[in-house]
Design a protein. Structure first.
Length: 140
C-alpha cells in the first residue's frame, strides 16, 4: 500500500511541475506579446502626431504661404521621425512611410506653389494614417 501512495505522490509532483512550467511559459509569452503590442501602439500614436505636424507644415506652406511655419526643412525632420517610428511598428506601416518619404522627396520643392504637390503629400499622409488605424485595430 505504501508503494501505491508513493507512486501517486510522484505522479502528482510530476503533474504539478508540468502544470507550473506550462503556466509559467504561457505567462512569459503573454507578457512578451503585450509588450510588443504596447511598443507598436506607442510608436503608432507618436507617428500619428508627427503626421499631423507634417500636414500642418504642408498647409502652412501652401495655403498660408508662411515660409517660417511651412519650412520644408521642418517637414524633412517630421518625415525622418515618421520613418524612425515606423521601424518600431509593422512592415506594412514601414512600407507606407517609405512611400510617404518618396512622395515628400519628389514634391517638397513645389510645396509653396503647386496644389497637386500638396494633394500628393496629403494623400500619402492619409494612406499612412489608414494603415496605422488598421494595425491598431488588429492589436490584441
Amino acid at each position: 500500500m505504501d508503494n501505491k501512495k508513493y507512486q501517486l505522490y510522484q505522479i502528482s509532483v510530476v503533474f504539478s511541475m508540468v502544470f507550473a512550467l506550462v503556466g509559467f511559459s504561457y505567462n512569459i509569452w503573454r507578457l512578451e506579446a503585450t509588450e510588443t503590442n504596447d511598443n507598436i501602439r506607442v510608436a503608432c500614436f507618436e507617428t500619428l502626431k508627427e503626421l499631423s505636424a507634417l500636414e500642418q507644415i504642408t498647409y502652412a506652406a501652401y495655403y498660408d504661404q508662411n515660409k517660417l511655419e511651412g519650412n520644408p526643412r521642418k517637414g524633412w525632420v517630421r518625415v525622418g521621425l515618421v520613418r524612425d517610428f515606423s521601424a518600431l511598428t509593422t512592415p506594412s506601416i514601414e512600407s507606407s512611410t517609405k512611400a510617404l518619404e518618396q512622395v515628400w522627396s519628389n514634391n517638397w520643392q513645389l510645396l509653396f506653389d503647386d496644389q497637386e504637390a500638396v494633394n500628393k503629400i496629403g494623400g500619402s499622409i492619409d494612406k499612412v494614417r489608414t494603415e496605422i488605424k488598421a494595425v491598431l485595430t488588429a492589436l490584441n
